[in-house]
Design a protein around this ligand. Structure first.
Ligand SMILES: Cc1ncc(COP(=O)(O)O)c(C=O)c1O
Length: 402
């Protein structure tokens, strides 16, 4: 006799790497009638978001807000700085580096890609070699993904800045912090990042729909020197609006502003250092469990070295078809949704079913992560997938002792 599912009651847990779990307070803040966009509190709320976003990004530079997703701000960052025919360097450590490269191609840029594969971080020596070979300084920007959500590799952005400086290369350093902002330590100014892009749907805990480009004076100078910039993508009026509509070059994303206001209040009440520490500790609990499972079966962390692992997303390998079987089991039986493997194998290829990911970003705490791990353990048992024993105890030890 098969066991009846115990899903459909209680709270489902969407443990995919974005969109992330939304706090009730954010949902409540958004649950309201349409506000006036010409006068009233929305005007003040919009202005109040600017310094608080910059605090999360650790920058005294500017921020431009867009109605859009991560792809939108990939395009926005490039539209303001890279003219057709100019060259960008993309050190790729997963699917999202290639995604940003593709947006650059679409805008007419020349793209030089250094592909570091799916399991290793950027190799600074190879990047230095490429920059050194660019004696004419054709490369105008380096497009670096801080945390690649497909592979869960976290790259060392301050080392990338040091590499550019050591070579004496003037290229702009652009960072994609879509999967790291509000999760992993990121210091825009201290790390010498010129342009940073992020969305609101991961560490910022708001439904998808708003995204941001942060930029410093060097990037603003590059923008000023552009022959032309599309009116819509131009970050200048968005960062310094003379009238309210200029923040978004049109109607404001009204309800997102209420949600984001609440999410930023939550982040700053906790303190950004504490937010990073919480993510790091919960990530270590996940890794501890995965390392134990790995000792007695096919489960494997995609990134071997803890230094190179994201604290917000974990990519795992589980030999096809076990990855998909596990995701299906936990979703249908216990109300837990895990992320698909992304960019690890071509869709349609049987090996595609050997990968999955855990999202652990934003509004998460210890019992959610223990529930996530307990759910995976239940699935491994139900599917009779070999595994080391003691994984939950290892995770609980990290939760208990930090
Ligand atoms: C690191 C990274 N960059 C860019 C994107 C693209 O963002 P979007 O899907 O919101 O367009 C994502 C999406 O998950 C991402 O994780």
């Amino acid at each position: 006799m098969s066991t009846p599912p115990i899903a459909g009651f209680g709270r489902d847990y969407l443990a995919i790497p974005g969109p992330s779990v939304m706090p009730d307070a954010v949902l409540r803040a958004m649950h309201r009638g349409a506000p006036n966009i010409y006068a009233g509190e929305l005007i003040d709320i919009a202005a109040s978001l600017v310094p608080d976003l910059k605090r999360v990004a650790r920058t005294s530079g500017d921020v431009a807000m867009y109605i859009g997703n991560g792809h939108a701000v990939w395009e926005a960052a490039l539209a303001n700085t890279i003219a057709p025919g100019e060259t960008v360097l993309v050190p790729a450590t997963g699917r999202f580096g290639h995604g940003w490269a593709d947006i650059a191609l679409g805008l007419g840029a020349e793209v030089e890609t250094l592909d570091f594969g799916k399991r290793a971080p950027m190799d600074m020596d190879r990047i230095a070699e490429t920059l050194r070979a660019d004696v004419g300084h054709k490369i105008k920007a380096v497009l670096a993904v801080h945390v690649d959500t497909s592979t869960s590799i976290r790259n060392d952005i301050s080392a990338l800045r040091a590499t550019l400086d050591a070579v004496g290369h003037p290229a702009l350093l652009m960072a994609d912090c879509m999967a790291s902002l509000g999760c992993d330590r990121f210091e825009m100014d201290a790390w010498g990042v010129d342009v940073m892009v992020a969305g609101c749907q991961k560490g910022l805990m708001v439904p998808p729909g708003m995204a941001f480009v942060f930029f410093n004076a060097k990037a603003a100078a590059a923008r000023a020197a552009m022959p032309r910039v599309s009116r819509y993508w131009d970050w200048t009026p968005r960062a310094n609006p003379v009238e309210f509509f200029m923040y978004w070059n049109g109607t404001a994303p009204t309800h997102h502003l209420y949600g984001l206001r609440t999410a930023l209040d939550m982040l700053h009440a906790e303190g950004i250092e504490a937010v990073w520490a919480r993510h790091a500790r919960l990530a270590r609990a996940i890794w501890a469990a995965c390392e134990v499972w790995a000792q007695g079966g096919p489960l494997e962390l995609n990134v071997a070295d803890t230094q190179n692992r994201s604290c917000a997303v974990t990519a795992l390998r589980l030999e096809a078809p076990n990855g998909t079987a596990l995701r299906d089991w936990v979703e249908h039986n216990i109300g837990l949704t895990l992320g698909i493997g992304l960019g690890m194998a071509p869709p349609g290829d049987p090996s595609w079913h050997g990968f999955f990911r855990l999202g652990h970003m934003g509004h998460i705490n210890g019992h959610m992560i223990m529930g996530l791990l307990g759910g995976i353990e239940s699935g491994l048992i139900a599917l009779d997938i070999p595994r080391g024993s003691g994984a939950l105890e290892a995770a609980a030890g990290v939760i208990a002792k930090g």
